[in-house]
Design a protein around this ligand. Structure first.
Ligand SMILES: [Zn+2]
Length: 269
């Protein structure tokens, strides 16, 4: 069992959360969210060495069931946040009336398909529904992940696929910049019409290209600019993807935290 000493405050918190868990056996969302909180705070360590052991021993369900509950709750919360922030007009996730329905919607969204239509096939046998932007079935293809590990919706894959091209342009500009810089330093007479400002210009060109290189699914429209109230997303310019600098400096931190939870959970599947 391998337990660990918790502080009195942690024990009080564990007891509070367990009371909620007892009360919410029938409310899968609140139950899942509470489990998530308990796991994040590592409160299961009082009596168990692993979270899985805790779920089995204390609540009688396995790790898989716990993951299902937590994933549903994390998804629901991230959708709620997006709707609250105005990034999405509404979300079918928030209207799901049963765990089964919510599970199907999550599966549909994860496969990059139209969330407004329910996928009635079991997850292990999923055939993607038509995506929002275009209607070619990409079933059986493995998920393409952005640099943070989030699945990229089908409708922005064509932009994602341009990454190597942009990277190639960046390398080319970089080579030119280094060459010009070196030759100017060597006082190459052939470059007598050039000044040092060309090096700065090339640096700027490199940065401009870098700022176009997609890094992550847009944190505002979640890769679905066409679902935004005005069918356009300023944040990603309508590509559904954003560059690293934007992700790191301008993205809403709450969305990033929520997304990290979802990614961590899908990795543990
Ligand atoms: Zn966007």
């Amino acid at each position: 069992m391998g337990s660990q000493q918790l502080t009195p405050a942690d024990i009080a918190e564990l007891e509070r959360l367990e009371k909620i868990l007892e009360r919410t056996q029938a409310d899968f969302l609140l139950h899942g969210r509470t489990l998530l909180e308990l796991r994040e705070k590592k409160l299961y360590l009082r009596d168990y060495s692993t979270f899985e052991g805790y779920c089995q021993g204390r609540w009688g369900y396995g790790a898989k069931r716990a993951q299902q509950l937590m994933k549903a709750a994390a998804f629901w919360e991230s959708e709620k946040l997006l709707v609250d922030m105005g990034a999405k007009k509404d979300s079918p996730i928030l209207e799901a009336t049963s765990e089964r329905q919510l599970g199907k919607l999550i599966q549909t969204i994860k496969s990059g398909s139209n969330a407004s239509r329910l996928d009635t096939t079991p997850p292990q046998n999923k055939t993607n529904l038509p995506s929002i932007a275009n209607v070619h079935a990409k079933s059986k293809l493995p998920e393409v992940l952005d640099d943070c590990g989030l699945a990229i919706p089908d409708c922005c894959l064509s932009y994602w696929e341009q990454r190597p091209e942009i990277q190639e342009m960046m390398s080319a500009v970089s080579r030119v910049k280094c060459w010009v810089d070196d030759e100017l330093k060597k006082d190459n007479k052939l470059l007598h019409t050039m000044t040092n400002s060309i090096v700065a210009d090339l640096s700027r060109a490199y940065q401009s290209l870098e700022q176009c290189k997609p890094y992550a699914v847009c944190t505002v429209c979640q890769g679905y600019p066409q679902l935004k109230p005005d069918s356009f997303c300023d944040f990603c310019g309508g590509s559904g993807l954003i560059a690293k600098w934007r992700y790191e400096t301008q993205a809403d931190k709450r969305v990033i935290v929520m997304r990290e939870k979802v990614i961590a959970m899908s990795e543990k599947k």
